[in-house]
Design a protein around this ligand. Sequence first.
Ligand SMILES: Nc1ncnc2c1ncn2[C@@H]1O[C@H](COP(=O)(O)OP(=O)(O)OP(=O)(O)O)[C@@H](O)[C@H]1O
Length: 232
Amino acid sequence: MTRTATGYALRAEGISRTFGSGASEVHALVDVSLEVAPGELLVVRGPSGSGKTTLLNVLGGLDRPSSGRVRLDEVRELTAMPPGDVLAARRDEIGYVFQSFGLVPVLSAAENVEVPLRLRRTPPAERAERVARALDLVGLAGHADQRPYELSGGQQQRVGIARALVAEPRVLLADEPTGQLDSGTAAVVMELVRDLVHTRGVAAVVTTHDPDLIARADRVLTLRDGRVAGSA
Ligand SMILES: Nc1ncnc2c1ncn2[C@@H]1O[C@H](COP(=O)(O)OP(=O)(O)OP(=O)(O)O)[C@@H](O)[C@H]1O
């Protein structure tokens, strides 16, 4: 993975997101700025309702901010792109890991991992090779044909991580990826995320309440009531 000339893989500049209006107005994010570099694991922590999910949605182009910008590099501003280009950027440059794994129950582990490659119309032979490599990377080479219900929670999340990384995105976004795992399994999954981020040069933004996960971050950003309350 090459470093961009600008040094960041994703940058948020003064992001605010307001839901509703009048008496029911909610300021979910207020003037949030951050930057994440290739090969860096940024953990966003904060109490429930502090804006973590809203921030990830905005960073990943699933939601548009009320004001502020998200940049992929000096030239490309995600928040200024037409919807078709946002979709393409999400497909080609951003991998997602979900708290509840988000696997398709009727598909095997390999078929789940293959989904982003099908969306990108990767040729079948290359798909098979990349899927095998991604499963190997997360330690599930022997589980390719198993369905999600035949796997433990930790294994399911490792499938989720393989799926997020199989298309070699520049950016990995994960919303409470260990939220449904016991603490031992969470630590294993987190260590895997950290290793992959560092070895593959992916820029990762991960939200969590989990102290174990926070301890493994390169940098921590704390949100409180939608504002950056601190970074370390
Ligand atoms: N679509 C929406 N419409 C109205 N309010 C919303 C919407 N999405 C989020 N909010 C509000 O924005 C605030 C931030 O929510 P968000 O889900 O981003 O917090 P969070 O830190 O991810 O919380 P949790 O840790 O519980 O997932 C909350 O007050 C929430 O109720």
